[in-house]
Design a protein around this ligand. Structure first.
Ligand SMILES: Cc1cc2nc3c(=O)[nH]c(=O)nc-3n(C[C@H](O)[C@H](O)[C@H](O)COP(=O)(O)OP(=O)(O)OC[C@H]3O[C@@H](n4cnc5c(N)ncnc54)[C@H](O)[C@@H]3O)c2cc1C
Length: 305
């Protein structure tokens, strides 16, 4: 159902299912959905939403979001299919926000550039990963980033250095500005090494991941952040007796308790119930508050679910 390609100059679709665009395969439809092909189209879409007073949501690979069963109001920009540029310019790599992290890792390996291997198993896009400072195996994206560009709702293109973004464990200053669209990022190159050596390291990290994580791909990865200085969240959840616990078709993984799986037709409400029960029980038993890593849309952006 294509709506007005006219007004924004870009096809905007009404009532589009969002569940297929997430790794959890959960959530209701977008009131309006568009996939900008470049920054100029993103600008036009933001202006369109601004004129109509509509909220705007961004979706990358949908690998760290729980979309409410009622879906999202306003306009959702789906970025995973676009803004995929990747180029090497001297001693930096420039990547578009929609580029999948495994592709970034693969290209760096091909060019013989070390340091990007840990990204191979993270199923997100550059934009989502910069915002949340994705990381694994003791490394995080903020360590590679040199600078990046965002588009604000007033259509200003702003540039920030990595230092200005104050990256921390799964956090960056961008979390304070959820209405800024990450459009491009520039990464500094570390050491060079033979591509085969880099690929061997990637295979090693992927094998470690497969050994630890559930096979069912319908998850969001880790639901909770690891509490600072304490045992990992998965350990606390396991100790609280939640391994294998179900609410409808949402189930805490038996292999890794920080993963909640969609084992059928789970709803967002079922996942939220499990999340709340885990938080309550872990706090009651250990006095530790588990902070969510996964983003709830639309609630976390201040809109009612
Ligand atoms: C099996 C599995 C394993 C995982 N392993 C890891 C891991 O090892 N380490 C790790 O850190 N994460 C991991 N994750 C979580 C996830 O892949 C990362 O958080 C990833 O960075 C999310 O990127 P995304 O494009 O999917 O973002 P989305 O889930 O689409 O969005 C996440 C948030 O970022 C916002 N956003 C998305 N794109 C943009 C943009 N261009 N500009 C501004 N905001 C944007 C969204 O609005 C939302 O608030 C895993 C997930 C799965 C399913």
């Amino acid at each position: 159902m294509a709506a007005s390609p006219g007004e924004a100059g870009v096809a905007v679709f009404n009532e589009q299912p969002l569940a297929p665009l997430t790794t959890w395969k959960i959530g209701g439809p977008a009131r309006r959905l568009a996939a900008p092909r470049d920054v100029e189209e993103a600008c036009r879409l933001l202006a369109y939403a601004h004129r109509r007073g509509q909220p705007v949501f961004f979706l990358g690979a949908g690998s760290n979001v729980l979309i409410d069963d009622k879906g999202l109001p306003g306009l959702t920009l789906h970025l995973a299919g676009s803004l995929k540029k990747l180029e090497r310019q001297g001693d930096v790599l420039r990547a578009g926000a929609g580029l999948p992290l495994p592709r970034l890792a693969g290209a760096a390996a091909r060019w013989g550039l070390k340091g990007f291997e840990f990204l191979a198993g993270i199923p997100g896009t550059v934009g989502g990963a910069v915002r949340l400072n994705a990381g694994a195996h003791g490394r995080h994206l903020g360590q590679l980033l040199k600078r990046m560009w965002v588009l604000t709702p007033r259509l200003q293109l702003l540039e920030f250095s990595a230092a200005e973004l104050e990256f921390g464990y799964r956090t960056s200053r961008l979390l304070d500005f959820p209405h800024w669209l990450v459009v491009e990022a520039e990464f500094a190159l570390e050491e060079e090494a033979p591509p085969e050596q880099i690929r061997a390291r990637m295979r090693e990290l992927m094998a470690a991941r497969r050994a630890r994580q559930p096979r069912n791909p319908r998850s969001c990865g880790s639901v909770f952040k690891n509490p600072p200085g304490g045992p990992p969240a998965g350990h606390l959840i396991e100790q609280a007796g939640f391994k294998g616990r179900r609410c409808g078709d949402a189930q805490v993984s038996r292999k890794h308790a920080n993963f909640i799986l969609n084992v059928g037709r789970a709803s967002a409400a079922e996942v939220k119930t499990l999340i709340r029960e885990i938080q309550e029980e872990v706090w009651r038993r250990f006095g530790i508050t588990l902070e969510r890593e996964v983003v709830f849309l639309p609630e976390d952006l201040g809109y009612p679910a």
